[in-house]
Design a protein around this ligand. Structure first.
Ligand SMILES: Nc1ncnc2c1ncn2[C@@H]1O[C@H](COP(=O)(O)OP(=O)(O)OP(=O)(O)O)[C@@H](O)[C@H]1O
Ligand SMILES: [Mg+2]
Length: 290
C-alpha cells in the first residue's frame, strides 16, 4: 500500500527580483508502507528539498503538484480544508507527526539541555498526558541505545550520540515514516553503522525509512534506490537494478563490492557483477577459488 504519493511535483526557490531556481521538476512516485528507500544523487540534485516536501514542511510550488501523505493532501492541510473523523481540523503538525525527519547536523536538532527533556519536547508540545510522555521518552531512548544517558547534558555527548538522541526525539512522536537526511554524514564509520543498524531495526518494526545518503554501501542496504539528478528521477529500482547501470554519469560511485566485481570481470573472471555488498563478494571469490 502506498503511504506517500507524489503527483507532478515541482518545487522552485524564489531568488528575489523575479528570479527562481527549479529544484524539483515534475516528480511523480510513491513510497510503500514499510519499505526502506534510499534517496541518492549528487550535491544539489534536490534530495533535501524533496525530504521537506514529504512531511509538508514545503509544498509543491506548481498548481497541479500534489503530495499525499497517508491520504492527506499537504496543500489542503495548509489551506485548512481538512477535518478528521471527529470534525477536528487536520493541521500541518499532524502530517509532521506522521513523517519525522532527522537532519545532518546533530547540533542543530536539539532543543533542551538534558537528553530526556529533549526527547520529551515533541510529546509535550502535543499535550500528551505525563505517563504517556514518560513511556514514549524511555521507549525511544531504549530503541536507540541511549537509556543510560537520559539524565546527561546533550552538550557532553559525541556527535553519534547526539544523532541517536535526535532519532529518539523523532521516535517519541511515533511516526509512520522517518526520513534520514544525510544523518550519518558527520559521523565516524562506527557511528554511521550504528545509525544504519537503528534504521534497519525500526524498519523491521514496520516504520517506513527514507534514507538520503552519499554512501553507496548504505544505499545498497535499502529495498529500493531512487536516483535524483537536477530535480528529476533518473533511476528507480532495487540496488541490483540501479547498480547495473553506469551510475557515474549521475555523479555517483558504485558500492565498493560492485566495483571490485566489475574489475574481476575485466580481468577475465566469470564474476557476478550484480553483487552489491561485501558478503556477496566474498561468496563469489570463494566460488572462484574452490
Ligand atoms: N534556500 C534555498 N534558496 C535557493 N536555492 C536553494 C535553497 N536550498 C536549496 N537550493 C537549491 O536547490 C537545489 C536543490 O538543493 P537541495 O539542497 O535539495 O540538494 P541536495 O540534493 O540535498 O544536495 P546535497 O547533497 O548537497 O545536500 C540546489 O540547486 C540548491 O542550490
Ligand atoms: Mg541535502
Amino acid at each position: 500500500m502506498s503511504y506517500i504519493v507524489l503527483k507532478g511535483v515541482n518545487y522552485s526557490y524564489s531568488l528575489g527580483e523575479g528570479r527562481s531556481l527549479k529544484a524539483l521538476k515534475n516528480l511523480s512516485f510513491s513510497v510503500e508502507k514499510g519499505s526502506f528507500v534510499a534517496l541518492v544523487g549528487m550535491n544539489g540534485s534536490g534530495k533535501s528539498t524533496l525530504s521537506k516536501l514529504l512531511n509538508g514542511l514545503f509544498l509543491p510550488t506548481n498548481k497541479s503538484g500534489q503530495v499525499i501523505v497517508d491520504g492527506i493532501n499537504t496543500k489542503e492541510v495548509d489551506a485548512g480544508n481538512l477535518k478528521d473523523g471527529d470534525g477536528k481540523e487536520i493541521t500541518a503538525f499532524d502530517v509532521r507527526k506522521k513523517v519525522g525527519i532527522v537532519f545532518q547536523n546533530p547540533d542543530n536538532q536539539t532543543v533542551a539541555t538534558i537528553v530526556e527533556d529533549d526527547v520529551a519536547f515533541g510529546p509535550e508540545n502535543i499535550g500528551l498526558p505525563r505517563e504517556e510522555i514518560v513511556d514514549r521518552v524511555y521507549s525511544a531512548l531504549e530503541s536507540v541505545g541511549m537509556m543510560e544517558y537520559a539524565e546527561r547534558p546533550v552538550s557532553k555527548l559525541s556527535g553519534g550520540q547526539k544523532q541517536r538522541v535526535a532519532i529518539a526525539g523523532v521516535l517519541a512522536m511515533r511516526p509512520d515514516v522517518i526520513v534520514f537526511d544525510e544523518s550519518t554524514a558527520m559521523l565516524d564509520p562506527l557511528g554511521r553503522r550504528e545509525i544504519m543498524s537503528i534504521a534497519k531495526d525500526l524498519n523491521d518494526q514496520g516504520i517506513t525509512v527514507i534514507m538520503v545518503t552519499h554512501n553507496m554501501d548504505e544505499a545498497a542496504l535499502a529495498d529500493r534506490i531512487i536516483v535524483l539528478e537536477k530535480g528529476q528521477i533518473v533511476l528507480d529500482g532495487t540496488p541490483k537494478e540501479v547498480f547495473s547501470h553506469d551510475v557515474t554519469v549521475y555523479g555517483l560511485t558504485l558500492p565498493p563490492a560492485t566495483e571490485t566485481a566489475n574489475r574481476l570481470v575485466e580481468k577475465g573472471f566469470a564474476f557476478d557483477t550484480t553483487i552489491t555488498n561485501e558478503d556477496e563478494l566474498v561468496e563469489g571469490v570463494c566460488k572462484q577459488l574452490r
